[in-house]
Write a protein that binds this ligand. Structure first.
Ligand code: PLP
Length: 372
């Protein structure tokens, strides 16, 4: 019987041991509702503020301008409900594409990188100075792992007086994020992508811009997101952020070594494999590949039978793989049902806290792929 190998960390990272411990400790304190005035209420409030500080430190934002939500998806919806004019890139996550309902879409090139020339010309054409416009570009693509030139995006956007949102759900824990240094207005994050539980996300906001809440009620989160706080989720998110502190310092070299080893084996054993975004700047943990005549769902099922848990990278409902809009947007429409994503732990800290994946197992995986 083969050991079960999980290579779907971009979907969700297993709850980290230290995070689990911190949540259990929190549960043992007692009944924590941060709105209460008494001892337990104050304890609850302290826990939330500590988590805000930890997350702030991870992304270099010390203004406490963090609103906790139930997910990155909710944070994005909260933000987008405040804007009529939203411009997005063609490879955004569905959380952005669906909630923006935008018809203003900036294309990407074959490497999956946003077309900055198109963006510049497009903004010149459509942005009207009397109407606030929000540009939403993700930092790291969830399917390909390609890193977007966020600094350039911000520079062009600011030239045209646009506000900028960056979906950093897949960047957190993989690359350094410096909210203060960049002229970013909004950033959204997801706890379960760095080893916190699911059900917790955050919106980081520019405190010079007034936002209207989407969920009304008791005035929690400075009135921006009502509802008694998910204190266990928040505690877990804060602890995970503390463990991730400075991913580049923690390093991603070992993750990269494993991903590159796998990539090399695949190229050798099945040279016709297409690696999406191969030439682009990618995060170390992700590889999205396809074979011209092998549908992704068939590949996933065969790999699952061999004990490898991987994914198509694109949205998947009732067990059926949908077309990857990312692969399509990169100009590979014919392969849009064929892509398979292998995502390793986001960084070396998580790689070590998990069962180490060996090159022997990756070699077996590459052989399985080559026999498809
Ligand atoms: N944005 C990106 C790039 C993602 O990969 C995901 C989750 O897969 C999300 C947003 C949504 O995150 P959440 O699960 O917290 O809603």
């Amino acid at each position: 019987m083969n050991k079960q190998i999980y290579l779907d960390y971009n979907a969700t990272v297993p709850l980290l041991k230290e995070v689990k411990k911190s949540i259990i400790n929190c549960m043992e304190i007692g009944p924590l509702n941060a709105s209460s005035i008494h001892f337990y209420g104050r304890k609850g409030k302290d826990i939330i503020e500590l988590a805000r500080k930890n997350i702030g430190q991870l992304i270099n934002s010390n203004k406490n301008n963090i609103i906790f939500t139930s997910s990155a998806t909710e944070a994005i919806n909260l933000l987008f409900n405040n804007f009529k004019n939203i411009i997005v890139s063609s490879i955004e996550h569905l959380a952005v594409l669906s909630s923006s309902r935008s018809e203003h879409v900036i294309p990407v090139n074959q490497d999956g990188i946003i077309d900055l020339n198109f963006m510049e010309l497009y903004l010149k054409k459509i942005v009207k100075n009397d109407q606030p416009t929000l540009i939403s570009v993700m930092w790291v693509n969830n399917e390909t792992g390609v890193i977007q030139p966020i600094q350039d995006v911000i520079k062009i956007a600011k030239k045209h007086k646009c506000l900028v949102h960056c979906d950093a759900a897949q960047a957190l824990g993989k690359i350094n994020i410096n909210f203060e240094e960049l002229e970013l207005d909004f950033l959204t994050l997801s706890g379960h992508k760095i080893g916190a539980p699911t059900g917790i996300g955050a919106l980081i906001y520019n405190d010079k811009i007034n936002l209207t809440p989407q969920i009304l009620g008791g005035g929690q989160e400075k009135g921006m997101r009502a509802g008694t706080e998910n204190i266990l989720g928040i505690r877990g998110f804060g602890e995970a952020a503390k463990l991730m502190d400075n991913p580049l310092e923690n390093g991603c070299n070992n993750v990269k070594f494993l991903r590159d080893f796998f990539e090399e084996r695949i190229k050798k054993l099945r040279p016709e494999t297409i690696i999406f975004g191969e030439k682009a700047n990618r995060v170390s943990n992700t590889i999205l590949i396809a074979l011209p005549n092998i549908p992704g769902d068939l590949a996933l099922m065969k790999l699952d039978l061999e004990s490898f848990s991987v994914s198509s990278g694109s949205a998947c409902s009732s067990g059926k793989i949908s077309k990857s809009h990312v692969v399509s947007a990169m100009g590979y429409d014919k392969l849009a049902y064929n892509s398979v994503r292998f995502s390793f732990p986001p960084n070396d800290a998580i790689l070590y806290s998990e069962n180490l994946i060996s090159t022997k197992e990756l070699d077996r995986l590459a052989r399985c792929w080559s026999s498809l």
